[in-house]
Design a protein around this ligand. Structure first.
Ligand SMILES: [Zn+2]
Length: 248
């Protein structure tokens, strides 16, 4: 079975801003049986996120797929940098993290508008802010919003995750990323209510827990443990993200 990982960090948002070189990411993918991965950096400028992803993809063009990190800059607009990454350098999506920028209209709306215009998805970690995700889904029906972690990283609040399932139910442009989901019964519920077409597999790796390959294998096993038909498994592990990125 093919596996594509829709959520991999060249640089994490942890306190240390942990970075992983492309060769370590690909070695992890090889060990876990992952064919391709979406990679991006955060906790850095948009400009640096482009440099890091370009360098990684230059080394492994057939394995890694770049996203640009959207971070507002007080000195200049980053919209031109994001657009250039997509148009000139083949970036396939945009990462947004509410931990490092506000999701207020005046910050995030121009990024969503740009993403819709260029047909690339926004992978957004909204830190559980269902209201903000809902506003964006409604305001930009032509922009694909991939909600990281089904709404909140390692959420233990089933009702919060249910709000995001309902959001995806109400808005065709909303997809849910299954990385960092610990309430697997909510992932199963999402399959029941949405079908498999709006869920994407991701690891949120690399993580040394205990080592990067074991961490990735565990993420795969968790989704594998869901009650899924073969074609549903294929959608979630590979087909949906490949179609979203026009790489199917
Ligand atoms: Zn992440």
């Amino acid at each position: 079975m093919r596996i594509w990982d829709s959520h991999v960090h060249l640089k994490h948002g942890d306190a240390e801003g942990t970075e992983y070189p492309a060769r370590d990411i690909v070695a992890t993918m090889d060990a876990a049986g992952i064919e391709r991965s979406v990679v991006f950096a955060m906790s850095t400028t948009t400009e640096r996120s482009v440099e890091m992803a370009l360098e990684a993809v230059r080394q492994f063009p057939d394995r890694l797929i770049p996203y640009v990190y959207a971070l507002p800059h007080y000195g200049r607009s980053v919209l031109d940098e994001i657009e250039s990454a997509i148009v000139d350098s083949g970036f396939r999506g945009i990462k947004i993290h509410a931990g490092e920028c506000t999701l207020a209209e005046y910050v995030v709306d121009p990024v969503f508008e740009l993403a819709g215009r260029h047909g690339v998805p926004c992978l957004i970690d909204c830190l559980g802010n269902a209201g903000a995700a809902e506003r964006l889904a409604r305001a930009f029906p032509g922009t694909i919003q991939i909600v990281a972690h089904m709404g909140r990283y390692l959420a233990t609040d089933a009702r919060l995750l249910e709000r995001f399932i309902a959001l995806a139910e109400a808005h065709q442009n909303v997809f849910l990323d299954l990385s960092g989901v610990v309430l697997l019964e909510q992932a199963q519920k999402a399959v029941r209510r949405l079908g498999s077409g709006r869920l994407v597999f991701g690891t949120d790796g690399p993580q040394r827990a205990p080592d990067t390959a074991s961490y990735a294998r565990l993420a795969i096993r968790k989704i594998d443990a869901l009650d899924l038909a073969d074609e549903q498994r294929e959608d979630i592990f590979w087909g949906n993200i490949a179609r979203l990125l026009c790489l199917a």
